[in-house]
Design a binder for this molecule. Structure first.
Ligand code: DP6
Length: 387
C-alpha cells in the first residue's frame, strides 16, 4: 500500500487565459500571468492511495463519489502512468487500483477557481505516488488550463508554447511570493442566482465566433505580458493595476463579442468596478485593481497600506447584515468606519444590502505541496469525511 496527501492553491490571473488552440492537450492561444493565493485561506487537498487489496478504483470530491471516466481525469492519469512506466520497479504498483479523495476548504459553489487548485493538487499527489519527476505544470494543464499556474507560488506565467505536442506549454515563476510582501487580495464573493457557462464552454465558443479574440491574442497580450512582467519585477503598482483592470475588461469584452454572448459580470460586479475607479480617481493614482473571471465575483489586488480604507469603503457601498465573523474570512481584520471626507469627496453610491455574500482577505502564497500525513482516506481507502 502507498499513500500521498497534497495541498494546492487557487490562482487569480492578471493577464487572462481565454481560448485554446488544442482542446485535448489544453494548449492556449496566449500567455497568461497570475498570482498564487495563500493556502492558509483557500486550498484544495487530495489524498491518493494505491493498494493490491483494492478491488476497484474510486474518486470522491467533497465527500461525494465521482466518475473516474471524465476525459480530463483520464488524460492526467494516463499521462502520469505512462511516465511512471519508464521506471521498471513501478510495474507492479501501476497494476494496483487507486482511491482518490479531494476536498476544498472554500465553497466550490462560490465559483472560485476550484478546478485549478483541484487539478494542481491531483497531479502533484499522483506524481509523488508514482515517483514521476517531470514538469508538473504540463501535467496539471491536462486537467484544466489554469491549473498549471497553481503548481508554483508567487507570480507565475503560463507560456503558451509553440510545439504541437504541448511540451513547451508550461508555467514558470516570474517572482516568488516574498518578492512583493505588501501585496494583498480581497475576494468579494457576489450573490448571484444566474447559471453561468463554464470557462471551457465559454472560451470554445469565443474562439469559434469572436473576431476580437484573435486581435487580443496576436496584438494585445504579447505587449501586455512584457509590461506586466516589468510592473511586477519593479513593484510598480500603478502600472500593474492599469494592466490588470484593462485585461479583465478586454476578456469580458470578448465574452460579450462571443455569439451567443457569455455574460459573466452582473450589476454588482459593475458597481464594484465603478467604485474602484472612483477611488483611484480620488487618489490620483491607481491604488486598487479589480479583476473578474468567468463569474460575477471580484478579486481586488491592493497593497496592505490601503486595505483598511478600501474595506471600509466596500462596507459603506455594499452594506451587509451577515454576522461579521462569517462575512469577513481569511486574514483577521476589523472593518473600520470610512471617513466622511472620503465619502463626500467620492460622492459614494450606497447599494441595497447583502449584494455581497462574504469577503476573503488573503495574500500571495506558495505553490502545491506534499503533506506529511493528515490523509483524507482511512487505511482501507474510504473517505474519513462523507456527506
Ligand atoms: C477566466 O482553466 O477553467 O479563469 O482549461 O477549459 O479548464 P479550462 O479552463 P479554465 O479557464 C480559466 C479562465 C479564467 C482566466 C484565467 O484563469 O486565466
Amino acid at each position: 500500500m502507498k499513500v500521498v496527501t497534497c495541498i494546492a492553491p487557487v490562482n487569480i490571473a492578471v493577464i487572462k487565459y481565454w481560448g485554446k488552440r488544442d482542446e485535448d492537450l489544453i494548449l492556449p492561444i496566449n500567455d497568461s500571468i497570475s498570482a498564487t493565493l495563500s493556502m492558509d485561506h483557500m486550498c484544495a487537498k487530495t489524498t491518493i492511495m494505491c493498494s493490491p487489496d483494492f478491488e476497484d478504483s474510486k474518486f470522491w470530491l467533497n465527500g461525494v463519489e465521482q466518475s473516474l471516466e471524465s476525459k480530463r481525469l483520464v488524460n492526467c492519469l494516463q499521462e502520469i502512468k505512462r511516465l511512471a512506466s519508464a521506471e521498471p520497479s513501478n510495474a507492479e504498483m501501476l497494476r494496483w487500483n487507486i482511491r482518490i479523495c479531494s476536498e476544498n476548504n472554500f465553497p466550490t459553489a462560490a465559483g472560485l477557481a476550484s478546478s485549478a487548485a483541484g487539478y494542481a493538487c491531483l497531479v502533484t499527489a499522483l506524481a509523488n505516488l508514482y515517483g514521476v519527476k517531470t514538469d508538473l505544470s504540463a501535467l496539471a494543464r491536462r486537467g484544466s488550463g489554469s491549473a498549471c499556474r497553481s503548481i508554483y507560488g508567487g507570480w507565475v506565467q503560463w507560456h503558451m508554447g509553440c510545439n504541437p505536442d504541448g511540451s513547451d506549454s508550461i508555467a514558470r515563476v516570474i517572482e516568488p511570493s516574498i518578492h512583493w510582501p505588501e501585496m494583498r487580495i480581497l475576494v468579494l464573493v457576489v450573490n448571484d442566482a444566474r447559471k453561468k457557462y463554464s470557462s471551457t464552454t465559454g472560451m470554445n465558443r469565443s474562439v469559434a465566433t469572436s473576431d476580437l479574440i484573435k486581435h487580443r491574442a496576436c496584438n494585445v497580450v504579447p505587449k501586455r505580458v512584457t509590461e506586466m512582467r516589468e510592473a511586477i519585477k519593479t513593484k510598480d503598482f500603478n502600472k500593474f493595476a492599469e494592466i490588470t483592470m484593462k485585461d479583465s475588461n478586454q476578456f469580458h469584452a470578448i465574452a460579450l463579442d462571443t455569439h451567443p454572448p457569455c455574460v459573466y459580470m452582473n450589476d454588482t460586479s459593475h458597481a464594484i468596478s465603478d467604485m474602484i475607479h472612483a477611488y483611484n480617481e480620488h487618489k490620483g493614482v491607481n491604488k486598487v485593481a479589480y479583476t473578474f473571471d468567468a463569474g460575477p465575483n471580484a478579486c481586488l489586488y491592493l497593497l496592505e497600506s490601503e486595505v483598511a480604507e478600501v474595506l471600509s469603503l466596500i462596507n459603506e457601498c455594499f452594506p451587509s447584515t451577515v454576522a461579521k465573523s462569517d462575512y469577513l474570512r481569511g486574514i483577521p481584520l476589523n472593518i473600520e468606519k470610512s471617513s466622511d471626507d472620503l465619502k463626500f469627496a467620492m460622492n459614494l453610491q450606497v447599494n441595497e444590502p447583502n449584494l455581497l455574500k462574504y469577503i476573503i482577505y488573503t495574500k500571495v502564497g506558495e505553490g502545491a505541496q506534499v503533506l506529511d500525513g493528515d490523509h483524507l482516506l482511512t487505511m482501507v481507502g474510504l473517505p474519513k469525511n462523507t456527506i
